[in-house]
Every structure is written in structure tokens, then in C-alpha cells.
Ligand binder design. Sequence first.
Ligand code: GRF
Length: 201
Amino acid sequence: MPARLVVLISGSGTNLQALLDAARSDQYPAKVVAVGADRRDAAGLIRAEKVGIPTFVVEPGDFADRAAWDAELAAEIQRFDADWVVSAGFMRILGPAVLSQHPHRIVNTHPALLPSFPGAHAVRDALAYGVTVTGCTVHLVDDGVDTGPVLAQQVVMVEQSDTEEVLHERIKAVERDLLVGVMQQLCSHDVEVIGREVVIS
Ligand code: GRF
């Protein structure tokens, strides 16, 4: 049985699309069973709807506080019996209700080589710093901001002419393949987390 992925998005959902495309193959050990977003206008929701995958939206503005939002997000994810939750361009910090519901089973993709440039503006921050090499990181989510154990990283060179947009697009092209590969590994093996080490056997 393929592993059940619930994918969380905020934007265009090209990482989601990469997972949807990969999962079309019977050989891929996972399928996307639901897509959640923190905003109704997240363009990526249409990618799921097009292929008949259920979607849900949990907008922080609809809730009295962060705890209530977190509880509702956890409840929505729970409905789909997820083996793994994938934060694929989900621009929110997950709260304790979601984290405790899926211990060591939430994956995030980040457009920088962590621990450099965590947070929401990783590509802008890397450019502003003047690095010549950056990349992307796929990691497990813990209760910090982009601090969980690293699963895989890939390097992308910075070009002198790069703008934030151009560099981010180049990173995203690499990021999509990395995410698809990592989820393939995680969903076809036993996974044990010992401190910051992720043992895949
Ligand atoms: C990715 O680079 C992700 O790491 C970052 O936002 C981007 C999302 O892109 N947090 P998309 O929505 O998957 O196209």
C-alpha cells in the first residue's frame, strides 16, 4: 500500500505538482490523499482539485488565536489518516497540535542550505548576504523555525546577475526532485530518528 501524504501549501504548489506527478507511477511508494492550505487563494489548490484530490483551507484569520488555528489544522489533517505530512511551501510555523499528532512524520522543504538562512525570506537573505553557493534542504519538522533534522540537501550556484525571483526558480527546480526523492526513500523504508540523525533502513 502506498503511504498516505497530506501536503500543505501556501502558494503556487509546484512542489505539490512534483509529488502528484511522481505518484502517478505505480512504482512510487506514496500518494497524495489531501492538500491543505492556509489561504483560500493558494493557486496550488487547483492542482489538487484538477485530479480529484480533496482540499481544505484553514486560514489563521478565521480563528480567535493561534492555538485554535493549530487545533483545526490538526483536525483536518487527521481526517485523512496521513502517514506523512509534507509542508511544501507552507508559509506557517506548525503548532503543537499538529506536531504532536505526527511525531517525526512531518517533512518540510526550504530554499536554502540550512542552518543558513532559515525563515520566510531565505532566498532574499542569501542574496543579501552575498553567498556564491546556496541550495535547498528537505528536513523533518520540529518545534523550531527550520531547525529539524536534515534529510537531504542540494547545492545551487548563485550567478552574479541573479534576482531573488530568478535564483528561487533555479532552486525550486532542484528542490522538487529532492523532495520527490526523499519522500520515495521515507515511504519505502523504516525511519528512526535518534537525536538529529535520521536512520533509514
Ligand atoms: C519553495 O521554494 C519552498 O521551499 C518555499 O516556497 C517555495 C514554494 O514553491 N518555502 P511552490 O509553492 O511549491 O511552487
